[in-house]
Design a protein around this ligand. Structure first.
Ligand code: ARG
Length: 407
């Protein structure tokens, strides 16, 4: 009996060719697994295509809820943005797909899993490292890393083997999408000086064509998790889908990033992430009200580290577990509502409120009702500035030219 392999199957050209290529090269039975993370593809037709192309079985898993609950929301609570810009949609999706591949391999008695990533990107790392953490005995096959075909050769291979070539194969762009965002690479975007053409975008209106009237939205959070949208409680998947649509309509969420891949390449990446943009801003605004200055300062460092962990394929690690526990602990009072204004490409926080707010009107106001004791400030400043004064008196203050090493 032939050995079995479970392949993460998107229905696109690469993974379709991979079905045939693995069967021929490795003499294995290929089981296709398509994971729905919210990309609005037609699942039954993808399933049928996998079988037509030569898979012995085609599985589909709707993992939207799992994705949001266990991957997207923890990243939101952490305020994870890679290099301050990328909300990590693809990077969050890969470890979940890896987990589902491993589960399917167990269920089907397969000896290997496979994915369509090339040898130049981050995704191969995320898949391979995740599988090695979850099921070290499984072999991982990455055909696109092995076959050495150009795009043209791949199309020729598909024609020769009666593999239908999707219309998108003619598109100059490489796209990946899930609920948390859409990424666009290749074509003219490989010139970092070239402005992304309008046709590269699918989720967001051009800000110049977006409505002239602002749209206000209110996002309700409970312990750092968004639970309502304009006062209506919504399940997490619908909340993100609804926000992607609404914010996208207002041109919110376009990101143009020259990014550092783990494999040492700088690459120009364009993203559309309307819901992620709105929710990350809103969440940070609510944290600003409910966390102390010290918590905020420390959490920012954790956020940067957390983003690196996600980006670099280290989701299933002890360090991630440790930081995740810290992040959850920080969220226990991050409950309240944030109001944002969506207008022509911008999402601006214009209001926030929380029953756990640390903002005190009595302390902040310059008007009547001021409770702040200004007579206590000189004493505070005397002690705060004491080491500064002492050092300046004894050692003097070095001049800028000395600091620059002039003499
Ligand atoms: N640069 C992003 C990342 O590494 C997006 C990758 C998109 N992947 C893809 N196969 N098109 O997370």
């Amino acid at each position: 009996m032939a050995e079995k392999v479970v392949l993460a199957y998107s229905g696109g050209l690469d993974t379709s060719v991979a079905i045939r290529w693995i069967a021929k090269r490795y003499h294995m039975d290929v089981i296709a697994l398509t994971v729905d993370l919210g990309s609005e593809r037609d699942m039954p037709s993808i399933q049928q295509k996998a079988l037509n192309v030569g898979a012995v079985k085609a599985l589909v898993v709707d993992a939207k809820e799992l994705f949001v609950k266990h991957f997207v929301f923890p990243a939101l609570q952490a305020d994870a943005l890679y290099e301050g810009q990328y909300p990590l949609a693809t990077a969050l999706g890969r470890p979940l797909i890896a987990k589902l591949l491993v589960e399917a391999a167990k269920g089907e008695g397969a000896q290997a899993v496979a994915h369509g990533s090339t040898g130049k990107g981050n995704d191969q790392v995320r898949f391979d490292v995740s599988v090695s953490a979850l099921a070290p005995h499984l072999k991982v096959i990455a055909p696109a890393r092995e076959w050495g075909m150009t795009r043209e050769e791949e199309i020729a291979y598909a024609q020769k083997h009666d593999i239908p070539i999707p219309v998108t194969a003619g598109s100059p762009y490489s796209i990946d999408e899930n609920l948390w965002g859409r990424s666009i690479e290749c074509g003219v975007l490989e010139d970092p000086w070239a402005e992304p053409p309008e046709e590269a975008f699918a989720w967001t209106k051009s800000p110049k064509d977006a409505p002239d009237e602002p749209r206000y939205v209110e996002i309700g959070f409970e312990r750092g998790i968004p639970v309502s949208f304009d006062g209506r409680e919504l399940d997490s998947v619908s909340l993100i889908q609804g926000l992607n649509e609404l914010a996208g309509e207002h041109g919110v969420g376009r990101i143009d990033h020259v990014e550092n891949r783990l494999v040492g390449i700088k690459s120009r990446e364009v993203y559309e992430a309307p819901a992620a943009t709105v929710l990350l801003k809103a969440h940070k605004a609510l944290e600003a009200m409910t966390l102390s200055r010290d918590q905020l300062r420390f959490k920012e460092r954790v956020a940067a580290e957390y983003a690196e962990i996600i980006y670099n394929g280290l989701w299933f690690t002890a360090l991630h577990q440790d930081l995740a526990a810290y992040v959850v602990s920080t969220q226990r009072h991050v409950t309240g509502t944030v109001r944002l204004k969506l207008l022509k490409g911008n999402a601006t926080v214009v209001g926030r409120k929380s029953s756990k707010s640390l903002y005190s009107f009595g302390l902040a106001t310059y008007d009547k009702g001021d409770e702040f004791d200004q007579s206590a400030s000189p004493g505070f400043i005397h002690i705060w500035g004491l080491p500064v004064k002492t050092q300046a008196q004894i050692q003097g203050l070095e001049q800028p030219e000395d600091l620059a090493g002039g003499r």
